[in-house]
Ligand binder design. Sequence first.
Ligand code: ADP
Length: 293
Amino acid sequence: RVVVVGSANMDLVGLAPRLPRPGETVLGDDFVMVPGGKGANQAIAAARAGGETTFLGAIGSDSFGVTLGARLAATGVDTAHVRTSYGSSGVAVIMVDRSGENSILVSPGANRTFTDLTESERDRIAAADVLLCQQEIPMATVAAALTAARAAGTRTILNAAPARELPPGLLDQVDLLVVNETEARAITGGDASDLSALLALVPRVVLTLSGAGSRYADREGRDVHVPAFAVEVADTTAAGDAFTGALAVAWAEGRDLLDAVRWANAAGAACVRKVGASNALPDRSEIDAIFAR
Ligand code: ADP
């Protein structure tokens, strides 16, 4: 069982021949609306990867909130404890031009109201095998979730994305840190390829390397590059979310972390074959098919 504590946004994606300049109106191409936010995406990724998944987060009282809740539930995510807070949901207004360049405005909305944990939310964390957090909600809530998990013997994963300043002591509560190179540098202030600086802070680290796969290192002395699966790339959006959600599921199932990381690479590879964000997150059979190569 996996519990994800994090953000949920509605992504409003408008395609256009070019990005409008300030004050300008541009006639666009297609428009799509998809659930997003790292928390919701990773919960969807975990559920599609076959994990029994609970999402804890806050959505607004607007129609986006209704749609977000319905999409999560339709994917099989347990949304019984999702909060509805009065006001707007988190929204990302995304403009993409024909070269793929984008401009993004994120309005956190309800995510900003998720400032503490209730007793029943703590109970859900305590009942899970793995807790998965990201950094798109107030960090005090991330810290409270990690602490609740630690107290109950639930293993903790922090995907330190997006990079931001960490409260002191937060990493002491993390069993497994998942970062890309930018996020690794933000934490250590140094060279991303030197994982020893991260291992001084957490016992296990996974570094994602995009098309080069990932690297797993721990305090027991393992440091292994796990190559990516070769696939035809259509769109790398959400690859990190597919990877992290699948990793949480595999670890919750008791798989060895090296095996879990290899399986997560297969999930990332399956995701980049498709255009889109949460709609491109692979299901278990797609992941297994690539993993079996
Ligand atoms: P993020 O988007 O968080 O920076 P990455 O770009 O590192 O994450 O991608 C996460 C994972 O997805 C990688 O570790 C890898 O396993 C997989 N992946 C990403 N890009 C590719 C690619 N071009 N080919 C195959 N696998 C990929």
